[in-house]
Design a protein around this ligand. Structure first.
Ligand code: ADP
Ligand code: MG
Length: 246
């Protein structure tokens, strides 16, 4: 039985009285790649802000590798790697400088940092670009650097918030393949917010969010059975239309 990397229990959250998440519960195990699918405004980024502790929540519980995000924040966040929806690299610093800053924040020694940075960049064919400023890289390469950065401290859980939006097809493909490889090789747990159904592999799990509510959750087979459909896009459409299955 794989360990639970992320557990979200009964989480609700409002922006000044407007409900954005409504009693959300699900879990992601190590070795699972779970796609958090939802149309714009579903609450995906809000959920990520709660998991990463950017926002506080009053109701429910979130745990990362068994550590309560609210009560054991440092231990929980040490297990977490994140790529936010909006890029967060410093454009005027080099790839190396951006990554060094991250390893320093995580208390990784310079020697170990050098090795980890090389490993992650090489895997992504970005090591030879390490002295270039982020500004010189295209969108796909910038996202690769952000994913490499999120992995430097060897997290157990990786959150990706629509990392491929706006990228060309080869860049998207390279990121999709890389992340799935990481899941298989490192027993990583991934929660990947997206609305691009073609990025999903048949072994992935789905968490379908609509208007702040989980509409379905589990293997693709389970979600197709629930919705009596034969393809993910049909299931998604059925669940995210008004009058959808509750
Ligand atoms: P998604 O990432 O799935 O597109 P969001 O989590 O960004 O969805 O948004 C969920 C809902 O919360 C939307 O109705 C959005 O308008 C609202 N919302 C998001 N951020 C804020 C904010 N900072 N202040 C007020 N409302 C917000
Ligand atoms: Mg979002």
């Amino acid at each position: 039985m794989n360990k639970i990397a992320l557990q979200v229990e009964n989480i609700s959250f409002s922006y000044s009285g407007k409900l954005a998440l409504d009693s959300v519960s699900f879990e992601v195990k190590n070795g699972d790649c779970a796609f958090l699918l939802g149309p714009n405004g579903a609450g995906k980024s809000t959920l990520f802000s709660l998991i990463t502790r950017l926002y506080d929540y009053r109701q429910g519980k979130i745990s990362i590798c068994g550590f309560d995000v609210k009560k054991q924040t440092t231990k929980a966040l040490a297990k977490l790697g994140v790529v936010f929806q909006q890029p967060t690299l410093d454009l005027d610093l080099s790839v190396m400088q951006n990554l060094r800053y991250h390893t320093a924040l995580h208390g990784i020694s310079r020697k170990k940092a050098r090795k980890r940075i090389q490993e992650e960049l090489e895997r992504f064919n970005m090591y030879e670009r390490r002295f270039e400023k982020i500004r010189q890289l295209n969108g796909g390469h910038r996202r690769r650097v952000e994913i490499a950065r999120a992995l430097l401290h060897k997290p157990s859980l990786l959150l990706l918030d629509e990392p491929t939006v706006g990228l060309d097809v080869p860049s998207r493909k390279s990121i999709v393949e890389h992340v799935h490889q990481l899941v298989a090789e490192r027993d990583l747990a991934v929660l990947w917010a997206s609305h691009l159904i073609d990025e999903i592999y048949s072994s992935d799990n789905l968490v379908i969010l609509h208007q702040g509510k989980i509409k379905a959750n589990g293997s693709i087979e389970k979600v197709l059975n629930l919705t009596q459909t034969t393809a993910i896009h049909e299931a998604f459409q059925r669940l995210t239309q008004s009058g959808a299955i509750a």
